[in-house]
Write a protein that binds this ligand. Sequence first.
Ligand code: APR
Ligand code: ZN
Ligand code: ZN
Length: 361
Amino acid sequence: MQQVKAVIARAKGAPVELVTINVPDPGPGEAVVKVQACGVCHTDLHYREGGINDEFPFLLGHEASGIVEAVGPGVTEVAPGDFVVLNWRAVCGQCRACSRGEPQYCFATHNAKQKMTLEDGTELSPALGIGAFAEKTLVAAGQCTKVDPRARPAAVGLLGCGVMAGIGAAINTGGVTRGKSVAVIGCGGVGAAAIAGSALAGAAEIIAVDIDAKKLATAKRLGATHTVDSSATDPVEAIRELTGGFGADVVIEAVGRPETWKQAFYARDLAGTVVLVGVPTPEMKVPDLPLIDVFGRGGSLKSSWYGDCLPSRDFPTLVNLYRQGRLDLDAFVSEEIGIGDIEAAFERMHHGDVLRSVVIL
Ligand code: APR
Ligand code: ZN
Ligand code: ZN
């Protein structure tokens, strides 16, 4: 066991606190990772605000990269010294989904079995099974994916959540390929990544839709061919117009609201795909649509959980594309901050001032 500095949310709505936590030595199938960088994500704020159905106190932080310090018995995935990006859940390798070659839908994912604790022994809930606003964290070894150690930790750590969700929504879930038309509604961290992913895949038209001009400017930098300010223009009309009257082959909803999902529904080509990647709240309902409008269209309505990613396949590939200069992960790092500045970073995120603040440890 060792003691390290970490940032926790102790109670609903309370500001985060920098404390000392106990990190157990890794048991069977576990690894202790020395965290190098961890992005500040909306989900961390949701944890702090009590919107997520787990137990306080939370050990926040989950978009991280670092160096494996120690592994427990039986660990073969990684070894001490490996540079890794962390993912939410290790897959089991044996369930129905894993056996049919679709571990991204594994029914029996897991995190570390042992618990990290406060100094008084109170057990912590690590955000998304990671808890990386900490100098060191304990995870399941399968949550660690080895990547090129020459990559910038702050940039590649973001693949652990929002950026992977966006790129994966476009490529893995939406099936964006060369020549397709894509519209992305909501160009925050996730939507901007969906735009970068669409550009990477060779989409012909990439239409960025947002109500915030700053977000549209970033979208353009990441590969959007057109931008639509939906606070001033009807986005459905605009997307149709920009796609020869048809609608886009793939429309990605990256806001997580019924109104914007409805826009996505009507902005797609008759045979197009809608991908919901923005996270709705539990109270939100599917918009009231005439069933005939659902019937009258082919294509598909999908949702994308964690970008349908396979970390072992997708993280190293995307890190290599970044290293080759073909995927601008640096564009997502708005600022590098210290572990004591997370509360202020939540504030900036709330005002839409940053794509990502990244804590450097
Ligand atoms: N139409 C278009 N864009 C909108 C609208 C709207 N009606 N309302 C908000 N937006 C834009 C915001 O201006 C912002 O650029 O959606 C974007 C949301 O981005 P972020 O707040 O940065 O959130 P992000 O990290 O990208 O996550 C997307 O998934 O994890 C959830 O809570 C998160 O719901 C959010 C979504
Ligand atoms: Zn996240
Ligand atoms: Zn499985």
